[in-house]
Ligand binder design. Structure first.
Ligand code: FRU
Length: 506
C-alpha cells in the first residue's frame, strides 16, 4: 500500500489535480478513451467491485476516487448495464465514513432475507466490503482493515451502512481485505473468501452479520511474489462434474511484472479448499488484467471482468481527465487438455450486440508480410478472428502512420504467444512499460483460433478458445489504423475475419 501511495503522489504531481468538467452523458473523448470498454466518465478507477445481476440489470461497482485522476480516498462508483456493453454511470454508491474509506468487496442478493435487512417483502442487495482506516494506518498499529456491510432496498440506487459495522474485525493481520461472498447451497450458509496477506482465509455465516473462520489456503501454494488480493471462489461444471475455481490476484509477482491474477482449480466442501494441481496458473498472461472477479446471481454462467491496468504504472498512464478501463467482460469455462483441466476466458456473447458488418477472407497464405489495412478499412477499434489448421510462427501487427506498432504473435520454437508493445507509442512514463510479454500455449492441437479485441489503447488476445489469454494496454500517438500479418515460413490461414466494433458512446 505504501508503494501505491508514493506512486499516487508522484502521479499527482505530474498531473494537475483539477479535472475538466464532463458533459452529462458523453465523456470527454480524448484519443485513449476506449470505445467499447467501460471507463468512468472522469477521475480515477481501479478494481471492479460488488458485481451482481438483478432483475435484468448487471451492476458494476468500482474503486473510485471521484476528485482526482490518481488513487486516493476510495469510494464505490457504480454503473448499470442490461447487455454488459453499454453502461450508464450512476451516482456514487458508497462514500467513506468514520470507519474508513471503502476498499474492494462484493455484493449478493439476499433472497431469503437471512440478514433481516429486507423490509415489507423487499429483497435486500447486500454489499460486503473492506473499510480501510487511514487514521489507524498512520498511527502505525498495522491493524486498519476490517469487513463491513451496506444494503440497498431499491436495486442499488441508495445504500445504508449497517449500524453494527464492522462485522468482521481485524484479528491482527495487516492486509485483511477484499471479501467475496457467495451462498453455499449444500451448507446452506454464506461463505466469505478473504485475502489475508499471503493466503486466503475462508469464513462462513448464516446471516452475513456474524462470521466464523473455517480454514486457510495457499501459504505454500501458487505465486507469492507479492501480497494476495481480491479473491473469488465459485464452482463450474465440466462433463457433469463440479469443480471449484479460486481466483487470487497478486501484486507484484505477475508473469509479465507487477499485478496479475492466478487461479487454482480444486475441491471445496464449504469449509476448505484443496487444489488439484501444484503449478502456478494465470487467468491472463498480459500485464493489464488485475483484481478481476465474477458477477454473482448469474446462475451457471460465470462472467468475469478485470481492471485493465497494473499497479506498476497505473497512476502514471497518459490519459487526461480519467484513468483506467475495465477488460471486456469474459465468460469463464473449464476445458480439458489431455488429462488436465484449465480455466478458459472468452469475450461474452453480448459483444455481438455492438459488432458491425464483418469482412471475411478465406484460404490465405502469408509469407513475409501482408498488409490488410485497405481491405479492412479499420479505424483502430475492431475484433479480428483467425483460424488456421497448421499453427506456426506468425505475428499480427497493428501500426499507425508514425510507424508505431504492437505485435501480437506466436513463436513456435518456444511454444509461446506474445505481445510486444516496445514500439507502441508513449512509454516513458514508467521504465518497465515498454516490454514484450509472453504466455505459454496451453492448447495442444495443430489447429488454432485467435480472437483479438482492439480498442483505442488496448489489445486482448484469446487463443485456442480462450485457453491462453493476454491483455495489454498501449498509448500510440496516432490511431493504430493498419493491420499487417508477418510470417517467415508460409503460414496458411483458413479464415481471417475482421469485424468493426461500434462505439458504445454512439
Ligand atoms: C487491489 C487493491 C485491493 C484494495 C483496493 C484499494 O487493486 O489493492 O486489495 O481493496 O485495491 O483500492
Amino acid at each position: 500500500m505504501k508503494v501505491k501511495i508514493v506512486i499516487a503522489l508522484i502521479g499527482f504531481l505530474i498531473i494537475t489535480g483539477n479535472l475538466s468538467a464532463q458533459t452529462a452523458d458523453r465523456p470527454e473523448n480524448d484519443k485513449y478513451r476506449p470505445q467499447f470498454h467501460f471507463t468512468p466518465k472522469k477521475a480515477w478507477m481501479n478494481d471492479p467491485n460488488g458485481m451482481v445481476y438483478l432483475n435484468g440489470k448487471y451492476h458494476l461497482f468500482f474503486q473510485h476516487n471521484p476528485d482526482s485522476t490518481v488513487w486516493g480516498p476510495m469510494h464505490w462508483g457504480h454503473a448499470i448495464s442490461t447487455d454488459l456493453m453499454h453502461w450508464e454511470e450512476q451516482p456514487i454508491a458508497l462514500y467513506p465514513d468514520s470507519l474508513g474509506t471503502i476498499f474492494s468487496g462484493s455484493a449478493v442478493v439476499d433472497i431469503n432475507n437471512t440478514s433481516g435487512f429486507g423490509t415489507e417483502g423487499r429483497v435486500p442487495l447486500v454489499a460486503i466490503f473492506t473499510h480501510h482506516n487511514h487514521d489507524l494506518e498512520k498511527k502505525g498499529s498495522g491493524v486498519y482493515q476490517y469487513q463491513s456491510l451496506a444494503y440497498s432496498l431499491d436495486e442499488g440506487k441508495t445504500w445504508t451502512k449497517y449500524k453494527g459495522n464492522p462485522v468482521l474485525p481485524n484479528p491482527g493481520i495487516k492486509d485483511f481485505r477484499d471479501p467475496k461472498v457467495m451462498w453455499h447451497e449444500a451448507g446452506k450458509k454464506w461463505v466469505m473468501t478473504l485475502a489475508t496477506m499471503d493466503r486466503i482465509t475462508f469464513y462462513s455465516s448464516p446471516d452475513l452479520k456474524t462470521w466464523s473462520k473455517e480454514s486457510e489456503f495457499g501459504k505454500d501454494q501458487g505465486g507469492h511474489g507479492g501480497v494476495w488480493e481480491c479473491p473469488d471462489l465459485f464452482s463450474l461444471k465440466l462433463n457433469g462434474r463440479t469443480h471449484w475455481v479460486l481466483l487470487v490476484s497478486i501484486n507484484p509477482g505477475g508473469p509479465g511484472g507487477g499485478s496479475a491474477t492466478q487461479y487454482f482449480i480444486g475441491q471445496f466442501d464449504g469449509k476448505s479448499f484443496k487444489p488439484d494441481h501444484q503449478d502456478t496458473r494465470w487467468i491472463d498472461y498480459g500485464t493489464d488484467n488485475y483484481a478481476g472477479i465474477t458477477w454473482s446471481n448469474t446462475g451457471n454462467r460465470k462472467i468475469f471482468i478485470g481492471w485493465m491496468n497494473n499497479w506498476q504504472y497505473a497512476n502514471l498512464v497518459p490519459t487526461d481527465s480519467w484513468r483506467s478501463a475495465m477488460t471486456i467482460p469474459r465468460e469463464l469455462k473449464l476445458k480439458q487438455v489431455d488429462n488436465e483441466i484449465f480455466v478458459s476466458s472468452e469475450p461474452v456473447k453480448e459483444l455481438e450486440k455492438i459488432t458491425l458488418k464483418p469482412v471475411s477472407l478465406t484460404n490465405i497464405k502469408v509469407r513475409g508480410s501482408e498488409d490488410f489495412s485497405s481491405r479492412f478499412n479499420t479505424n483502430g477499434v475492431f475484433k479480428l478472428r483467425l483460424n488456421s489448421d497448421n499453427l506456426q510462427s506468425f505475428a499480427i501487427v497493428l501500426a499507425n502512420d508514425l510507424g508505431e506498432k504492437v505485435r501480437i504473435g506466436y513463436d513456435e520454437s518456444s511454444n509461446r504467444y506474445y505481445i510486444d508493445r516496445t514500439k507502441a507509442g508513449k512509454n516513458s512514463f514508467e521504465k518497465g512499460f515498454a516490454k514484450v510479454h509472453y504466455a505459454p500455449r496451453i492448447g495442444k492441437s495443430r489447429s488454432t483460433n485467435i480472437t483479438l479485441l482492439v480498442d483505442a489503447a488496448s489489445v486482448e488476445l484469446f487463443a485456442d478458445n480462450g485457453l491462453t489469454v493476454m491483455t495489454d494496454i498501449f498509448f500510440p500517438n496516432k490511431t493504430m489504423n493498419k493491420v499487417r500479418l508477418d510470417a517467415d515460413a508460409s503460414f496458411y490461414i483458413k479464415s481471417l475475419t475482421f469485424v468493426p466494433i461500434d462505439s458504445i458512446w454512439n
